[in-house]
Ligand binder design. Structure first.
Ligand SMILES: [Zn+2]
Ligand SMILES: [Zn+2]
Length: 356
């Protein structure tokens, strides 16, 4: 349970009970995400009972998998014993965005309490999450996990889902096109794997010298070219690799202050940028360059339009080895150590997983 900022304590809570269209999941493993660290330290983007998540009996964690152990009334889409991974956002199902499949941008975000109960769920953000033994999930947020996939790898399905959603909003015409991924964090590395699996060529991954291990994993996930910004100007490198043409797409996963300006200059005219990272501060963008070159900018949050289902399919087909980004495992009573491992990138940590 999250108390004051950065204060997590192990407490006993009643096992929650599934309602209509919900199941109870016994959690097998939960991955630590950079956004968990944000929530635990600063609160946002979590929103619990209309406010910051501190001292509200709230359990964080949103990238988890487990086993269905109880069905809500009328549920026949899943059976007790099914292994499942989850997507984070259930959405309210009744607002304009949810009806369009954009439930990660639900306009009733956080409205799930008292007189404001619209049924919205985003586990680990607006409802209890995965650093627990049990969690309630809406059936729409569940995907089946193949028997030969480990618990740890299954926690990465939702991360790959975010990468797929990013490529979706860029227009989805990926085969034979140049995709640059800036920032080799978990989403960036999954974007490399997904782009390659969908036929992008070449796939170019950009990182820093500190990211050396991540860049190498990016190569194993399918990157055709690696660019280290400490050794070479990233814009010049992309133009060199593309024979001066520039890229069709940039997936911006770094959140670096100048990332949008750099991404715009990596593109050919008319290219598209997907913003998948949170910049820490407001940034200045050269909009005249963006407009005069007909550059499109898209922002995504999370994993809308059932992208997680497609991610699960790609991983089940073994189109890329998502498990390469899982680097460390901790036991449930070591959640604070797991968070520290991820926050401080100890021993080059990429994905840290807490296993029940
Ligand atoms: Zn996450
Ligand atoms: Zn909604």
């Amino acid at each position: 349970m999250l108390g004051r900022p950065n204060e997590l304590t192990l407490v006993e809570k009643p096992v929650p009970q599934p309602r209509a269209a919900e199941v109870l999941v016994r959690i097998g493993a939960t991955a630590v995400c950079a956004t968990d660290l944000e929530v635990i330290s600063h609160g946002q983007p979590a929103l619990v009972q209309g406010g910051l998540p501190f001292e509200r009996n709230f359990t964080p964690g949103h990238e988890y998998m487990g086993t269905v152990v109880k069905l809500g009334p009328g549920v026949d889409e899943f059976a007790v014993g099914d292994r499942v991974a989850v997507e984070v956002h259930a959405g309210c199902g009744r607002c304009e965005r949810c009806r369009e499949g954009m439930y990660t941008a639900c306009t009733n975000y956080g409205l799930n309490y008292g007189h404001h109960d619209k049924g919205h769920r985003a586990n680990g953000f607006t409802t209890d999450g995965g650093f627990a033994e049990y969690a309630i999930n809406h059936i729409n947020t569940l995907v089946r996990v193949p028997a030969d996939m480990s618990d740890e790898e299954a926690t990465l399905i939702v991360t790959a889902g975010t990468a797929i959603y990013g490529l979706d909003v860029l227009g989805g015409l990926i085969a034979g096109q140049t995709v640059v991924v800036t920032g080799p964090g978990p989403i960036g590395l999954m974007a490399v794997g997904v782009a390659k699996a969908l036929g992008a060529s070449p796939v170019i991954l950009v990182g820093t010298r500190q990211d050396a291990r991540r860049l190498e994993i990016g190569r194993q996930l399918g990157a055709d070219a690696l660019v280290c910004v400490d050794d070479e100007d990233a814009v010049q490198a992309v133009h060199r690799i593309t024979g001066g043409k520039g890229a069709h797409y940039v997936m911006e996963c770094s959140g670096a202050p100048n990332a949008v300006n750099q991404a715009a200059r990596m593109l050919s005219r008319g290219g598209r940028i997907c913003l998948a990272a949170f910049a820490k501060e407001p940034v200045l963008v050269d909009l005249a360059y963006v407009v005069s070159n007909n550059i499109y900018l898209f922002g995504i949050r999370g994993e809308g339009k059932s992208a997680t289902r497609r991610a699960a399919s790609l991983l089940a087909q073994k189109r890329f080895a998502a498990k390469l980004i899982h680097t460390h495992t901790f036991a449930f009573d070591q959640v604070p150590s797991a968070l520290r491992q991820a926050r401080e990138r100890i021993d080059d940590a990429i994905k840290v997983v807490v296993k029940m």
